[in-house]
Ligand binder design. Structure first.
Ligand SMILES: O=C(O)CCC(=O)C(=O)O
Ligand SMILES: [Fe+2]
Length: 406
């Protein structure tokens, strides 16, 4: 029996409920679609290709569960799959920056009045809506509300999550002022850091779009890395927190049960996700613990129990790459599961993110190319020409790839 990617993912998600769907898809792709090899890589060799145990009856329930993105990211003990340890809390700027490579933390980043005014405006903004997107041909709706802000003079189409954005707001004076200050901070920090090969250099980091999320007490943002497709390789994203303090978690993308770290970015603080962060880490905003009582002193004077986040983004990759099989735009990703391929940037057909039913009945498009950032358009059919970046502390990939060259 040939099983669709959707069915295989459902089974993987059942076995590894702590992993996000994107990560599991990466594993499956790296393992050539083999469930057995995926399970071996994730640390459980007991699964068989033909196994469809419990799948049929549980499929609908499981799909609904994860496609609605309602699951809290469980990072503590699980009865199945590899165990993940408890999150380590990082309290100070020093602790954060010495622990999380590619991440800096900047408290009190805007003038107090500006931060408060911005929060007031965004908190009251009724144009925020749940994010809608397609995953494996199924419509998904995020449970936090979002809004995209673009400068008034933007004329080119804007893409997010693989889709052209039709509904957005233009910048308010407050967002414009915040952007100017954030650009200054980021460019200043960039001038003090060693640049990675594909990143924009100090002085050249400019914001083209601001994405804002609003989290009420029952909303969260699932584990993810931001898609590189438009922000490009070695993207730098500046993330401003306003209002109620929520947890922000980060962990390395490999190994799959890597240590989780927990930060509590305060009102008016900036987390800069530097070049390498989207490649090597995943992040999330977890749900508040069930039935948690918020202490009176934690209630924010402006937004009460609501946190608003703004991510300032530089859209570095302007040329789109189209799938040679179906003509859809391609998604840029970086392989990381298999150490012998880790670091290779690849383009994959984005149809599953943009079209209903694209994954049904094994219809998913397998369009694929290697990214090559020196070329225009930036792709190649030859792996040897492909752009690649390995983190300098990734001894596993370095060892694996040096033995391949011999
Ligand atoms: O709210 C946050 O701190 C993170 C937002 C985020 O990761 C995103 O919008 O992609
Ligand atoms: Fe993100």
């Amino acid at each position: 029996m040939v099983r669709s990617t959707e069915e295989k993912l459902t089974e993987l998600k059942d076995l590894y409920p702590d992993y996000d769907v994107d990560g599991l898809l990466d594993v499956l792709v790296c393992c050539g679609g083999s469930l057995k090899r995926s399970a071996q890589l994730l640390g459980d060799a007991t699964i068989h290709e033909s196994s469809s145990k419990k799948l049929k009856s549980r499929q609908q329930q499981t799909l609904t569960r994860f496609l609605n993105l309602k699951l809290p990211p469980k990072v503590t003990a699980t009865t199945k799959g590899p165990k993940a340890s408890r999150p380590i809390e990082l309290h100070s700027k020093k602790e954060i920056e010495s622990t999380l490579k590619y991440c800096t933390y900047h408290p009190d980043v805007l003038p107090v009045d500006l931060a408060d005014r911005l929060l007031e405006l965004l908190w009251k903004d009724t144009s925020f809506k749940p994010n809608e997107f397609y995953l494996f041909g199924n419509k998904c709706i995020s449970n936090c509300k979002s809004r995209i802000f673009l400068p008034e003079n933007r004329i080119e189409p804007f893409y997010y999550n693989g889709m052209q954005v039709e509904s957005y707001s233009t910048y308010s004076n407050e967002i414009m002022m915040a952007q100017i200050l954030v650009e200054e901070v980021v460019n200043d920090i960039l001038s003090q850091r060693t640049a990675l090969p594909f990143q924009v250099t100090a002085g050249n980091w400019e914001v083209q779009a601001v994405l804002s999320n609003s989290y009420s007490r029952d909303s969260n943002l699932d584990w993810h890395s931001d898609r590189l497709t438009n922000i490009g390789p070695h993207a730098i994203i500046a993330s401003l927190s306003l209002g109620f303090t929520r947890e922000f978690r980060a962990r390395r993308v490999h190994p799959p049960n890597s240590q989780v770290y927990s930060l509590r970015p305060q009102h008016n603080s900036l987390i800069i996700m530097h070049a390498g962060f989207q490649e090597e880490y995943k992040h999330c905003v977890p749900l508040l613990p069930k039935n948690c009582n918020i202490a009176a002193e934690d209630i924010h004077p402006i937004s009460r129990d609501v946190r608003v986040n703004l991510t300032f983004r530089n859209y570095a990759l302007t040329t789109k790459v189209f799938c040679k099989l179906c003509g859809f735009p391609m998604d840029l990703r970086r392989s990381f599961k298999d150490p012998s391929k880790r670091g290779l940037y690849i383009f994959q057909c984005s149809r599953s993110y943009t079209e209903e039913n694209s994954f049904k009945d094994g219809k998913e498009c397998k369009g694929f190319a290697f990214a090559c950032f020196e070329k225009n358009p930036p792709f190649t059919e030859l792996e040897i020409e492909g752009s690649r970046w390995i983190a300098d502390d990734d001894m596993e990939a370095k060892a694996s790839q040096s033995s391949l060259k011999k």
